[in-house]
Design a binder for this molecule. Sequence first.
Ligand code: ADP
Ligand code: MG
Length: 226
Amino acid sequence: MNITARNISKSYKRKGISGEVQVLCSTDIDLESGKICLISGRSGSGKSTLLNILSGLLCASGGTVHYDGTDIYKLSDKELSLLRCSRTGYIPQVQSAVGTLTVRENVLLPSAVIGKGKDRFAADGLLERFGLTELADARPDSLSGGELRRLSIARALVNLPQAIFADEPTNDLDDENSRLVFEQLRKSADSGAAVVIVSHDRLAKEYADVVYCMQQGSLNREKGQL
Ligand SMILES: Nc1ncnc2c1ncn2[C@@H]1O[C@H](COP(=O)(O)OP(=O)(O)O)[C@@H](O)[C@H]1O
Ligand SMILES: [Mg+2]
């Protein structure tokens, strides 16, 4: 899938403060099938905001996001959430497992949402790849931060997404597990996914085709070209 974002701006209202805070202004970015795009930059510079807008989670104040020519913010809520679940994978910056489900059920959640039934074979393959097989029937509250992180990555990949949005996916992980995650994201890109990673991890650059730095709401390209 190819993703084109043009002229993206975003401002937030802050509680207790009058007026709005401008986080993104006139940002353009292209994500291409087969490529990994890395976005680094200081905390608070707007990286998660941009990722959320690109992934269909957060409406921009201005600008457009097209997936293969479809303006995603012109879709109905139902159409957009089906598109997100069936064709994209999102790895959130913060822990987001559902506490009442087991680890395996959490990984299967996106396939259940699109009615693919229980794609247990795919889920178990991912659990094994991320070293979670023995925890498949455990509840998330018994997992460490790193295990929860790997669970959220397995869940994002279960539907073989054509676009992957990863927000600091290796936070809480040691170098060995970080490499496992970046290698997996590289494999997904090599199989045709468009991948965008927000990360400060020094290892991330080795796996990226294009590197941007977010500075004061604007993206500056540091390496590569699509
Ligand atoms: N829902 C929100 N309401 C108000 N301000 C927000 C909200 N989300 C993020 N911000 C602000 O927008 C700025 C960028 O945040 P974020 O996109 O999370 O940055 P990053 O991911 O680069 O750390 C920060 O100053 C943050 O406080
Ligand atoms: Mg962030």
